[in-house]
Design a protein around this ligand. Structure first.
Ligand SMILES: NC(=O)c1cccc(Nc2nccc(Nc3c(Cl)ccc4c3OCO4)n2)c1
Length: 296
């Protein structure tokens, strides 16, 4: 019973203790506001009146899931309003908004090291979630939030994907459920085999989005073209000014064989090494031996 779970994992907040200030977003089922609670800035997701029972259950489930997490790179739940209507989810406030829009606004203004620092935060949040066996299924720059000092946090644990019917990123699958095709691993698209390894694939796409300052993965290709060409071995190219060594991390995340993809723990170590040795980010300083061994 979702209500039972939310009482276990989330503090109940009195609605009159929350002050709403401004609207910052919204979807089909809920609106998101900036507000204040307990002396600090918060984000408040408010379920729209007249929502279906399923929408209510999904709303409550998102809070229960979030309430079980505690990590610097995962959005922190402060509490919920469930005993009065409308229901609300209250979290820490992330001033930079979603990563995809943040990157578009900051296009060309961030250094490679800053971009890698953001990606490192996402990898750290995902290493934590995969360690507690939580599979995200919708990891994308739009579902990462940016806070002070450009800290990045994994968010959006909604079971019901807020992908609109006509959302170009949603693709109907036979058994209900919508899948964001251009972020999803081939085995998860083909036979719904979601795992931390399919989250690693999605993470590779997030790295590409970040190094491309919010460029749309596979540009204006149709979902079918994406599936067909990726199955055929096509992979996104190295973004402009992106060090080859960062593109090699992406390529490892996009291994057709999910057992060959690096775990988030390994990805985190590789990113930390790059941050510690920035000279590795200058292609001209790094020698790349060709894949084919020299015949001598
Ligand atoms: N500065 C801005 O314009 C801005 C735009 C969008 C989001 C945020 N910031 C922001 N900060 C924290 C959370 C969210 N959105 C969100 C999510 Cl994703 C899931 C569940 C939940 C939420 O709020 C309460 O419950 N947003 C800030």
């Amino acid at each position: 019973d979702p209500m039972e779970a939310v009482r276990t994992f989330a503090a109940e907040i009195e609605e009159n203790q929350i002050k709403l200030e401004s609207t910052i977003g919204g979807g089909e089922f809920a609106e998101v506001f900036k507000g204040f609670y307990d002396g600090s800035a918060v984000a408040v997701k408010r379920l729209k009146q007249g929502s279906s029972l399923k929408a209510m259950d999904d709303f409550i489930s998102e809070a229960s899931i979030m309430g079980q997490f505690k990590h610097a790179n995962v959005i922190q739940l402060k509490g919920v309003v469930t005993t009065t209507r409308p229901m609300m989810i209250v979290t820490e406030f992330m001033e930079g908004g979603s990563l995809d829009s943040f990157l578009k606004e900051q296009k060309g203004k961030l250094t490679t090291l800053q971009l890698i620092g953001m990606i490192r935060g996402v990898a750290s949040g995902m290493a934590y979630l995969s360690a507690i066996n939580f599979i995200h299924r919708d990891l994308a720059a739009r579902n990462i939030l940016v806070g002070e000092n450009m800290i990045c946090k994994v968010s959006d644990f909604g079971l019901s994907r807020e992908l609109e019917e006509d959302d170009p990123d949603s693709e109907y699958q036979t058994q209900g459920g919508k899948i964001p095709i251009r972020w999803t691993a081939p085995e998860a698209i083909r036979y719904r085999k979601f795992s931390s390894a399919s989250d690693v694939w999605s993470f590779g796409i997030v790295v590409w989005e970040t190094m491309s300052f919010g460029e749309r993965p596979y540009w204006d290709w149709s979902n079918f073209q994406v599936m067909d060409r990726v199955e055929g071995g096509y992979r996104l190219p190295v973004p402009v000014k992106c060090p080859k060594i960062v593109h090699s991390v992406m390529m490892d995340c996009w291994d057709q064989d999910r057992t060959q993809r690096p775990r988030f723990e390994e990805i985190l170590k590789r990113l930390d090494n790059l941050i510690r040795t920035p000279e590795m980010l200058h292609d001209e300083l790094v020698c790349y031996t060709s894949a084919v061994s020299a015949d001598f």
